[in-house]
Write a protein that binds this ligand. Sequence first.
Ligand code: GRF
Length: 211
Amino acid sequence: MSFGLVVLVSGTGTLLQALIDASAADPEVQILAVVSDRPGVSALDRAEAVQIPTVVHPYRRGDDRARWDAELTAAVADFAPDLVVSAGFMKLVGPAFLGRFGGRMINTHPALLPAFPGMHGPRDALAHGVKITGATVFMVDDGVDTGQILAQAAVEVYDGDTVESLHQRIKVVERDLLLASVRRLASRAGTADPNQPSFSSTTMNPRGANH
Ligand code: GRF
């Protein structure tokens, strides 16, 4: 039986592409739909190129946030996913969404949480002068990047790194970390305790991305 994902995106979609490529190679994992809060982003093109259904659900300034959240919940629920993956989705989901998908929604963050949460993980790590940063996959809760950590991988900060160069190197390990996390959750689905979809933290070797 396949493990169905709905992937939430907002931008370029390189994390989504990694999921698309992995699901093409592994029939156990299926991307049921891609949902974006922004029209016209290349993540949507990546989904459409392989005939994955897409939904665009924008939030416009002044919109009723609770209503937006309820509509997002309904749009995702239509696809009955086993897991919701936030892959570069730049909005926080609200109570309705978490009521429906809490414990079944993961996110990735380009820093080693709890350090440098929020929108600018690579920039903030660089500004702070840390020598090691990385990527984190975590279970989404109602805080900003506060949920249970599922897996982390370290990335070295180089002298002369820019926000862009550092973020690009983080994204390489972030992709592997996300794929490993999804595979692990898929393999645990349907096993002994359905209330325990999560797993203990994993350290992945970042060398491949750094050297
Ligand atoms: C990732 O680093 C993600 O953690 C951050 O934005 C990036 C998404 O990149 N929030 P992409 O759109 O998948 O290329």
